[in-house]
Design a protein around this ligand. Structure first.
Ligand code: ADP
Length: 412
């Protein structure tokens, strides 16, 4: 076994290994500023392209391949304890994947320096970065990027664990859910085409009803008829707005991060959830503050709020209640969205599990247990954080923090 030699900064010396702790929170907050946005964008796109069914090694290899490209001159690898106690080791750039390596203390013995970083939420799993020039390992942008990559890998590994460790009946249930999700994804692609077909006749209805209403007004026609035409026009415009938003949300398009006004995203998500919220008798209060746009993918961020609002509506299903959405900028770098409901709340035992893939308490078939795990992945991919708090038996609060866009005026 290789000797372990700790150096004060957590880097590994030529003969051993040490783990650096996670980057301090102040560093995390400035991540969006320190790391070139295109690095984060590539990671975001790479993660978004992975399906829950993509095998673990393949997922890890593709994320490492992206990282090797952006972290020029660095070697990068991961070491994951396998389910049977063996190590799963993946190294880049030499594209060697090994399962069952007995000793993966140093993945890059040929390099002068190596850092190992714990992968959050995965005891014993480490992300390694090696370089001939040890200075490269201390570069702030490299450290912060690697920290982000560790978080993304943690979420990929968690999904895989949930898929592979489940008992066999559970595996079948999960497979059914994956098939269902894939069906929904293709349905989403069809929606874009269908909505396009609806939009054309709808545009005619909007234009002609408006024309007839104005004509009726000018000609002094029966006011009740003019009002009816106005209602047709408003209703058609509403459907048109909704269907345009739906197209935007569901259109399969390249994941290109941009500067996104988060209030528009929240409003769009509220429109999608309007039916659910109305049915539940939920009132919505929007306390929108003065905030900058965030950097991200509008469609994915919409998904975050659709999931959170849907969960809030489900929690208030029995008695109705108030959904409050508050936005602010507690620091110069971040937008904070606080979503509060006064539904049935979450008890302290359940709270730590809610972000786990496939965890659900909805026994009536309304839940897949994937909503919050998707929400967390998207938020983390955007360099943000999500926290939940609850005062069971009443009320839940979700805090979503997202880094602002570097150039607030360049909107999507
Ligand atoms: P699903 O909604 O399909 O069950 P999620 O991952 O979205 O899956 O949520 C996981 C669990 O977290 C839910 O089943 C529920 O128990 C709990 N939860 C999430 N949001 C809320 C909320 N606003 N109020 C109460 N419980 C919630």
């Amino acid at each position: 076994m290789t000797n372990v030699r700790l150096s004060p900064d957590g880097a590994i010396g030529p003969s051993g290994r040490a783990r650096s702790s996670e980057a301090p929170s102040a560093e995390r907050l400035s991540l969006a500023r320190e790391v070139p946005p295109d690095w984060l964008d590539r990671l975001l796109m790479g993660h978004a392209a992975l399906l829950p069914t993509t095998p673990l090694l393949e997922s890890v290899e593709s994320l490492l391949a992206i990282s090797v490209d952006v972290l020029d001159d660095l070697a990068i690898g991961v070491c994951i304890p396998g389910v049977d106690g063996r190590q799963v080791v993946v190294r880049r750039p030499d594209r060697v994947s090994q399962v069952g390596t007995p000793d993966a203390v140093r993945l890059f013995p040929e390099h002068e320096g190596e850092r190992a970083i714990d992968i959050p939420g995965e005891p014993g799993a480490t992300l390694h970065v090696g370089a001939h020039d040890r200075e490269r390992l201390h570069h702030a942008a490299v450290l912060l990027y690697v920290d982000r990559l560790a978080e993304v890998l943690g979420s990929v590994i968690r999904v895989q664990r949930a898929m592979t460790r489940a008992p066999s009946t559970e595996v079948h249930r999960l497979q059914d859910q994956v098939i269902q999700l894939e069906k929904l994804a293709s349905l989403g692609q069809m929606v874009a085409g269908i909505v396009h077909e609806i939009n054309n006749p709808l545009t005619s209805i909007v234009a002609y009803s408006d024309y007839l209403r104005k004509k009726g007004e000018r000609a002094g026609s029966d006011q009740a008829d003019v009002d009816r035409l106005a209602r047709i026009n408003e209703a058609a415009e509403r459907i048109l707005r909704f269907s345009r938003d739906l197209t935007e949300y569901s259109r399969p398009r390249a994941v290109v991060p941009a500067s996104v006004p988060i209030h528009d995203v929240i409003d769009r998500a509220l429109v999608f959830c309007e039916h659910e919220l109305d049915q539940t008798g939920v009132m919505v209060e929007r306390n929108f503050g003065e905030i900058h746009p965030v950097r991200g993918v509008a469609g994915q961020l919409t998904q975050v709020f659709v999931n959170l609002f849907t969960n809030a509506a489900h929690a208030m299903r029995d008695q109705g209640g108030l959904l409050t959405i508050t936005t602010s900028m507690p620091t110069a770098d971040e937008v904070l969205v606080i979503i509060t409901d006064d539904g049935h709340g979450i008890d302290q035992e359940t709270l730590p599990k809610i972000f786990d893939p496939f965890f659900t308490t909805k026994v009536d078939g309304r839940g897949t247990g994937l909503g919050l795990s998707i929400v967390r992945s998207i938020v983390q991919n955007h360099g943000g954080r999500i926290l939940a708090a609850s005062n069971s038996p009443k009320g839940t609060v979700f805090n979503v923090a997202l880094p602002i866009a570097a150039t607030p005026d360049e909107t999507e």
